[in-house]
Design a binder for this molecule. Structure first.
Ligand SMILES: [Zn+2]
Length: 128
């Protein structure tokens, strides 16, 4: 398993991290994967971190904003960091991808509301 603080690899039975000394959490409690981690293969625990790639792509498609691209970049980092064993980094990238996705949706919503507002304003002025 990997240290949640510094990411260095430790044995599954380690109580403290060999590099930074952080108390090692039990996998089940830390990641909530007690049922999905097979007891027959304790040497290769599968930790899944949502990469939020779907949200990032949707944000880019429907909002057409550079912030959506940023979200996709972060989402792409999640899988590569996971495969490299950098769980903490993957989780950080996952959060960044989600944040930038919502920023994109928020800006897109502001533009839509602003456009509708201008249309209504234009119609109101036109009736005078
Ligand atoms: Zn550590």
């Amino acid at each position: 398993m990997f240290c949640p603080k510094c990411g260095s690899e430790n044995t599954d039975t380690a109580v403290h991290c060999i590099r930074c000394g952080t108390a090692m959490p039990r996998m089940e409690r830390e990641y909530g994967l007690g049922t999905s981690v097979s007891a027959s293969s304790p040497a290769s625990p599968r930790v899944t971190v949502s990469n939020n790639l779907v949200w990032a792509i949707l944000a880019t498609l429907f909002c057409c904003l550079p912030t959506g691209i940023v979200a996709i970049v972060y989402a792409a980092q999640v899988d590569s960091k996971l495969s490299a064993g950098d769980i903490a980094g993957a989780q950080a990238s996952s959060r960044s991808a989600a944040t930038w996705s919502w920023v994109s949706f928020g800006i897109g919503a502001v533009f839509v509301v602003g456009y509708i507002g201008l249309v209504i304003l234009g119609a109101t002025i036109g009736h005078r």
